[in-house]
Design a protein around this ligand. Structure first.
Ligand SMILES: Nc1nc2c(ncn2[C@@H]2O[C@H](COP(=O)(O)OP(=O)(O)OP(=O)(O)O)[C@@H](O)[C@H]2O)c(=O)[nH]1
Length: 436
């Protein structure tokens, strides 16, 4: 299904059609890392944020590397064109190039199997670069402390990473910086103490802020999943109800044995047709069709054969009539047909054709010596007549006349004719006489 046509009740997570957890599954987060205890859910979460993380990491690393490179200007002011400056500029170029390369790799090569070290490595390179400034520019130690604080916050909050990765890299930066301060810049105990406290505070703030963010994002993810599960259940429920409704409608509207309209549905459709035909002042005819000696078929060949005969006659009706004619099973072995925009003479021809078709049905092969016949009563709607029930009654009376007249015939309701002359068009048997 194209995305545009995707059901609005089924939101899609970033880039993936992810499997959903079982409904009602609760989620627990690790207290110190903020990650899901459930490994599969954690993997699902990471996959869902992967495209965003790739882009943001690439951007953040590029920005951090460029800022780190820009500080070559202050190196020049501190050292002038000395060996230290050459070492500093070389080191900065190496760090910038490594970070940009890794940023590029993360953006281009990010996949499910991407190793964690690929994300950790740029932090360690940046941290090493910052630490190395201390021995190369020991006199600027005091200005380097705020740079370490900013870098630590960037490790936690700017460059997307898992909390343990950011924490370990920040600790490495802090401890490395303190050791370098003592060993290469002869920092006094007070300065070391102050810097240590500042870095502890920075790490604390960074750690707990990122921990909170990690937890919030995962809670949001879990809620979204829960919602998706509920939406999916809702969609399934709606589909189920719709199919039940359709089934119920079919049961109510269709006769199960023949597939024809049920009596009730026929009445509804025929009434609409009659109204429309009356409005257009067009003719309208109705057939009542009854299988002759049907009880005997049941009694002799069984009810299953009787059912097959009814289904075959229904099929013959469907094939002999036009798509706009409405055919219904009126009850038992009786069928009813509404023929809109049909004159009596045409209806009579159609009925005769149908009667001949019934005699040729293959279902009769199982009933040797039996001539399967039907009697059809026809009534045409009279001028200004709008009542379908009356039309049915007249067709039924014609059918009754046909039964009494010997069956296997088409009979037109005599109430159709001008004057009181009966117009029953009885027909004597053709072919072999019926078995009964
Ligand atoms: N097999 C089968 N028989 C049915 C079904 N519905 C009604 N019948 C039977 O159809 C028979 C109708 O018999 P009758 O009303 O006496 O009519 P008939 O034997 O066709 O006689 P005439 O109409 O006078 O020619 C009854 O025995 C019903 O039990 C059905 O769905 N399947």
């Amino acid at each position: 299904m194209p995305d545009g046509r995707r059901n609005a009740l089924q939101p899609k997570l970033d880039g993936e059609n992810l499997a959903l957890p079982a409904p009602g599954t609760t989620h627990h987060l690790h207290r110190l890392t903020g990650q899901f205890h459930e490994q599969s859910r954690e993997a699902l979460y990471r996959r869902s944020i992967q495209p965003r993380v790739r882009t943001e990491t690439g951007l953040a690393l590029s920005v951090a590397a460029l800022i780190f490179g820009m500080f070559a200007i202050s190196d020049y002011f501190y050292t002038g064109l000395t060996l230290e400056f050459t070492l500093l500029i070389t080191m900065r170029i190496l760090v910038v190039v490594s970070c940009l390369t890794l940023a590029f790799m993360i953006r281009r090569r990010g996949s499910d199997t991407r190793p964690a070290w690929l994300h950790a490595l740029p932090l360690w390179i940046l941290a090493t670069g910052i630490i190395l400034i201390v021995p190369l520019r020991p006199e600027s130690l005091t200005t380097q402390v705020p740079a370490v604080v900013v870098a630590t916050m960037a490790f936690y909050l700017l460059i997307p990473n898992l909390l343990p990765v950011a924490a370990v890299a920040s600790l490495y930066l802090g401890i490395g910086f303190l050791i370098a301060s003592v060993m290469a810049a002869d920092a006094s105990a007070v300065v070391v103490m102050r810097t240590t406290l500042l870095l502890i505070m920075t790490n604390g703030v960074g750690f707990f802020t990122l921990l909170r963010l990690e937890k919030l994002q995962r809670k949001q993810f879990a809620l979204l999943q829960e919602e998706r599960v509920q939406n999916r259940q809702l969609v399934e429920e709606i589909a189920h109800r719709k199919s039940l409704e359709a089934q119920l409608r079919r049961v109510a509207e269709q006769d199960a044995l023949t597939g024809l309209d049920s009596r009730r549905h026929f009445m509804t459709r025929a009434k609409t047709l009659l109204r429309r035909t009356r409005r257009d002042q067009a003719p309208f005819c109705l057939f009542m069709i009854d299988v002759d000696h049907f009880k005997a078929i049941n009694d002799t060949w069984g009810h299953s054969q009787g059912d097959r005969v009814l289904a075959a006659i229904a099929e013959a009706c469907r094939r002999s009539l036009r798509p706009q004619d409405v055919i219904g099973r009126f009850g038992g072995e009786e069928f009813i047909v509404a023929l809109p925009k049909t004159h009596l003479q045409d209806a009579q021809m159609v009925a005769e054709r149908l009667r001949s078709k019934v005699r040729e049905l293959t279902v009769m092969e199982a009933m040797p010596d039996h001539l399967l016949t039907v009697t059809i009563g026809i009534a045409e709607v009279l001028d200004e007549e709008t009542d379908l029930d009356e039309l049915i009654q007249r067709a039924d009376r014609a059918l009754y006349d046909g039964k009494h007249g010997g069956r296997n015939r088409v009979v037109i309701s005599h109430e159709e004719t001008v004057g009181d002359t009966p117009s029953t068009l009885g027909e004597s048997f053709s072919g072999s006489p019926p078995f009964f």
